[in-house]
Design a protein around this ligand. Sequence first.
Ligand code: PNW
Length: 474
Amino acid sequence: MSLPSDFTWGFATASYQIEGATEKDGRGPSIWDTFCKIPGKIADKSDGSVACDSYNRTAEDIALLKQLGSKCYRFSLSWSRVIPIGGRNDPVNQAGLDHYRKFVDDLLDAGIEPFITLYHWDLPDGLEKRYGGLLNRTEFPLDYENYARVVFKAIPKCKNWITFNEPWCSSILGYSSGFFAPGHTSDRKKSPVGDSAREPWIVGHNLLLAHGRAVKVYREEFKPTDKGQIGITLNGDGVYPWDPEDPADVEAADRKIEFAISWFADPIYFGKYPDSMRKQLGDRLPEFTDEERALVKGSNDFYGMNHYTANYVKHKTTQPEEDDFLGNLETLFESKKGENIGEETQSFWLRPNPLGFRNLINWLSKRYGYPNIYVTENGTSIKGENDMPKEQILQDSFRTKYFRDYAKAMAEAVSEDGCNVKGYMAWSLMDNFEWAEGYETRFGCCYVDYENGQVRTPKESAKEMKGIFDALIK
Ligand code: PNW
């Protein structure tokens, strides 16, 4: 069991979760700045205004990456630092753009390969206010295309581009459950606006169009000279039928992946939505025009995979609810036989199950023709970590075991099953703003002391990562 010699590995973060400095150097507000101000949305009433202060500590973060042996680093850009209001006729903020250009130069000088995510959920609030942000099928893709072009032009040295992080989360958590910004949902106790039956599917469609536009621009205007690669990052969990003897559960397990992943990946690889989704959602799922289909089909140079956990899947026998987004099924932590999927963590949705990772890599590889895969996120929270004494947090045996087991499962998918995984980025370089969970849930391989000047200290998992990969890479 091994990984090829050119395999790259490192750590990942996202702008709003680590940068802070939300009002510095001309940055405009994003929908997360606005969302955090609404009472009741963030568990500990916090926001990203200081976070890990990474905007002011780029040298420190690069030194940390170097110390840990990281070969690559995935981070995201704050669109509203680059174009404060966001639109294609709005002014570009040179200071914001220069900051990221220098960061890339400095990473390369340190021998670390940058992976830039253009969009990790922090839409400029100006676009939300101007035309409803991601809900706008014509304006949003055009403004995103312009933003992408501005960035491609300014940072030709970056060779790895991710258009969107987890469009599933933007669509479902932003427009169905309302758990994430901008918080739309049909539940009027939670939000005065939203239509969970329709908006998530519209948003998903518009994200695909914007992705397609940015990829077209990169391929036509930049790739011939810059020679980089571009793709989207999708999230999805491993699946096991609740009752493997029941064909309806076996089918439901596949359908679960189709509703989570193939929703985006099928249009990108095949130019159409999965039949299972069309069947359940009917005309609530938008249709591609011929022009849109041509734009989206074939628009991945690589597949970005975010992966954390697995579930047992049980089919439902009732008609799907209007706001169902799972595919008319239940997800469970226990199988019919009483097997448990994995240990509890601090995140209600996350329980470690490394075999689910290997299985899903195989499922995706088979369906999409063995594409190059970069695992752009994988990691875990730990039950009660935030309340542990610092020494115990730094010991970090649960997280270290998680990474060891998941890296091994991935290496098996590569060397035993023939899947083409080319790189791996652990989530996350450091503890950070965990969205609606605030700072109480920690996902970092490095501990961040929020009470004492945001000092970073590597936990055991951060220190072990190099050893884990050195042992696997040929
Ligand atoms: C990912 N869920 O989000 C994100 O890309 C990161 O920004 C985030 O910090 C990380 O995972 C850990 O949560 C997810 O509810 C958030 O299933 C929620 C879910 C999945 C992924």
